[in-house]
Design a protein around this ligand. Structure first.
Ligand code: GDP
Ligand code: MG
Length: 269
């Protein structure tokens, strides 16, 4: 399936993010743990300009942890680190510790002068990866750091995450390499591409083939003896008024089951 999806505002958004990242000490890059490599923008290095990056492997509750760890082997180093995370449940303390470790140069410099440092960070990632959920998780009790009247919400402010760490309140949307059709499809499976531009029968057909190859047991558990989306339609007795199988309904169901994690924990690279 060809996904015709190229947001017109992408270049402008990239420029804006680059500007905003200049004010930041540590970049918090949210990756969907079900598609870690596909949700990564290959131009990150250029954007982040050698700033430390903490990769947040979000939605780990729906992902194959072992596979994620294998894929992320090289995502640890001087200037980068990663953490497996569930923005709806995990404790923000784990992230705050890693942020401070990554910003240690600044921390040490300030402490040597007897000044308590403030570490600034900003969340970026593909649509639907959980950026807003992460900001909420980090700043659960957040008040805007810069002066602001109660009840008035303005964007472009720093929120206090505690422990000397501040988070920019507006996450940045970073699109990955969507010219690559395989990448675009994986983004579509997890719901990072607008559904209006998708053709679900074809998408579900591709998803089914991939899942049966990578995670046959998960498919067998949920859809016993099914070798295609058509078999799923038959199994669930999805029939149209003329007696034909309702392939469209089965296609929506398969994609939705995958997106909601009903097929079990899986990671598609
Ligand atoms: N299961 C699960 N769902 C999550 C997690 N983080 C976010 N979500 C859900 O993913 C959807 C998109 O999250 P949102 O924060 O709006 O993503 P954004 O578009 O990147 O800002 C919402 O339905 C969230 O509840 C997570 O760690 N695990
Ligand atoms: Mg959001």
């Amino acid at each position: 399936m060809k996904i015709n999806w190229f947001p017109g505002h992408m270049h402008k958004a990239l420029k804006e993010i680059k500007e905003e990242l200049k004010k930041v000490d540590v970049v918090l890059y949210v990756l969907d743990a079900r598609i870690p490599l596909s949700s990564l923008n290959p131009k990150l290095d250029e954007l982040a300009e050698n700033k430390p990056v903490l990769f947040i492997l979000n939605k780990i509750d729906m992902a194959d942890e072992e596979r994620v760890r294998a894929l992320l082997k090289n995502f640890k180093g001087e200037n980068k680190d990663f953490i497996l995370f569930n923005s709806n449940f995990s404790k923000n303390k784990l992230i705050l510790e890693k942020i401070k470790k990554l910003a240690r140069k600044k921390v040490e410099k300030y402490l040597a002068k007897g000044v308590k440092p403030t570490i600034r960070s900003m969340v970026v990632g593909v649509p639907n990866s959980g950026k807003s959920s992460l900001v909420n998780n980090l700043c659960a009790k957040a008040k805007a750091v810069t002066g602001n009247r109660a009840g008035v919400t303005k964007s472009g402010q720093w929120l206090n995450a505690g422990d000397g760490v501040e988070v920019f309140d507006t996450p940045g949307t970073l699109y990955p390499k969507i010219e690559d059709e395989e990448v675009a499809k994986k983004l579509a499976y997890v719901g990072s591409v607008r559904d209006e531009v998708l053709e679900f029968v074809s998408l579900a057909d591709d998803l089914f083939k991939l899942l049966i190859e990578k995670y046959p047991k998960n498919i067998e558990n949920r859809y016993p003896n099914c070798k295609s989306v058509e078999d799923i339609a038959k199994l669930r007795k999805f029939v149209l008024s003329g007696g034909e199988v309702d392939l469209e309904r089965a296609s929506y169901m398969l994609v939705d089951d995958f997106r909601k994690g009903r097929l079990g924990k899986m990671t598609l690279d």
